[in-house]
Write a protein of this length. Structure first.
Length: 158
């Protein structure tokens, strides 16, 4: 009896450790503000059209007179290039990535990767920080639809 419960206990703890490991290796970065908040702030500043729809139903994050712009957080740096190039192709505008850096200290490396490629592959890139969000003293941004306004306990969610 004792042996059996020991085995069960061991099995459970192994499963637990496995589950933990699986859970922790799939790292989903949490962002304090929605991508859309940065997108609106930048696009308004540049007199662009937010979520411009192409004939094939894909959407450009922001279409300006010169640029087809794709916004992304650092973790989607590679994907952002493909999207910008495609939106440029679809609209005839110059492709541009606007990379969102919530923490410049360690996220700058991702911007630099895109910058290197932009010099070779003929597209533009710039980065924005939280400065563009006009944060108030509580760290909430200008966009009332942003998740920084949802309950403060869920800031760890997506
Ligand atoms: Zn916000």
């Amino acid at each position: 009896m004792k042996k059996l419960s020991m085995i069960i206990l061991l099995t459970l703890s192994t499963l637990g450790a496995l589950a933990y490991e699986t859970y922790t290796t799939i790292k989903i970065p949490s962002h304090k503000h929605n991508e859309m908040s940065y997108q609106i702030a930048w696009c308004k500043k540049h007199n662009g059209i937010i979520e411009y729809e192409n004939p094939d139903k894909t959407r450009v994050d922001c279409l300006t007179e010169l640029y087809a712009v794709e916004f992304d957080f650092y973790n989607k740096w590679a994907e952002s290039i493909g999207q910008a190039l495609y939106y440029g192709f679809m609209t005839g505008k110059r492709p541009k990535v606007v990379l969102i850096l919530e923490n410049q200290k360690w996220q700058m490396v991702y911007y630099n990767r895109i910058l290197k490629l932009s010099e070779i592959y003929n597209f533009d890139v710039e980065y924005v920080t939280n400065d563009i969000l006009n944060l108030d003293e509580n760290g909430k941004c200008f966009n009332k639809e942003c998740k920084c306004y949802k309950n403060d306990y869920s800031q760890q969610d997506k």
